[in-house]
Design a protein around this ligand. Sequence first.
Ligand code: NAI
Length: 465
Amino acid sequence: MAQTRFDLAVIGGGPAGYVAAARAARLGGKVALVERDGLGGTCLNRGCIPTKTLIHGASVLAAVSGAAAWGVSCGGRPVMDLAALLARKDQVVAGLAQGVSRLLAAAGVTVFSGLGQVPAPETVTVSGPGGQERLSARNILLCLGARPTLPPIPGLDLPGVVTSDALLDASDVPDTLAVIGGGVIGMEFACLFASLGSAVTVIEAAERILPMVDEELQKRLIPLWKRQGVTVVRGAAVSGIVPRGDMLAVRHAGRGGETETVCRKVLAAVGRRPAPVDGIVALPGLVREGPFVAVDAGMRTSIPGVFAAGDLTPGPMLAHVASAEGMVAAANAMGGNEEMDYEAIPACIYTVPEIAGVGLTEEQAAGRGLAVAVGRATYGANGRAQTLGEPVGLVKLVADAADGRILGAHLFGAQASELVAEAALAVRNRLTVRQLAATVHSHPSLSETLAEAARSLLGEQSHAA
Ligand code: NAI
């Protein structure tokens, strides 16, 4: 067993791990990365990238279906070839996975395939098909990620009940789909399958779906989704699933007592939990925070020389947060002193239409005792939205009433996931409403909605809804 001394050994090659490994190597470190599955982690292999490819495919179908409105004749009803869409998704994933490999090679990171474990201080073992290898590392970074949780609901093991991993490779589009859980995964898959032709019922235990989304946006979105074929049932905890002929009956508590939704397929999207560290890290003294590994702002765990980043640690379970944390951990492992800042994290939900937000919502700002002023702009009054045939959308800008500082922006509508980047820059850099309004935005563009929301706060709105 050969022994190599590394400055940093990273366990887990997802968005936290591979970004951290590349950064530490570029800072001059000798870096090892251990991954037992595909490089890119959940985001690339089973999450962000495959789902967004499928969602784009469904939007192409919708665009072609509506092409006549633009004078384009397609000759008959367009149909989705699901196998071809899945092949396209696999191609996108494979291309990006090769990109991650090339990036790591170019940075000089040594990649090991197999299960990484920490049996002793400054030691990482890699158990792969060819046996076990032992690495010596001055610093260790744990980026083990998260996995879907399945609560003890009877019937979750029935055929036809799946998690999002399985639905990514579905061989057909069910005529009816029940989604347990109105979180991000549940709502994205609900809109995806509705776009592909399923009648979808989302069953959510809490009184609110997507708790992080501004309440006013939610109220507007639920009727839109209903028209698309997504029915949202709230305040309804699922208690069990039973076979009903060749269908499945999902039992849930309703306002009027127990009721059931009968469907062809069930997606369980009831949350994700950090991967277990027991069995991976044998060092004593690793402090936890609930199911997470506790870290300080520099992503240091309670054990000197051991860092953690990504879904394993508290904080939003988002790929871009994982990468930002990984970069902080890498810099600190290489002798730096960086800290994570969670104040301006954009979050995007790829429903139809897209939802995005950054910073505080009106409710959150009020919860902190801040006096806020809210500016609004609609897509209906935006020229670019009309040229795109996307007149449905709303932008809300939340500002500190005392000094005009932008505290948050929350929006839904076409390309909301792109528009939120400008708002993130504003929140991160403590810009004011006046500075945003005074920034010239190109015309016609959807970005004008942000400037318009800022002007509405100043009482200078130029395009009323
Ligand atoms: P989640 O925690 O966001 O939502 C799960 C929902 O299931 C909750 O609203 C919960 O109340 C509900 N639930 C639990 N048990 C239930 C029951 N018995 N009956 C009915 N409802 C029940 O988890 P989700 O959607 O699985 O997402 C996991 C993580 O992945 C999130 O942290 C999310 O941020 C991340 N993610 C991010 C994406 C993005 O940024 N676009 C895309 C997909 C996932």
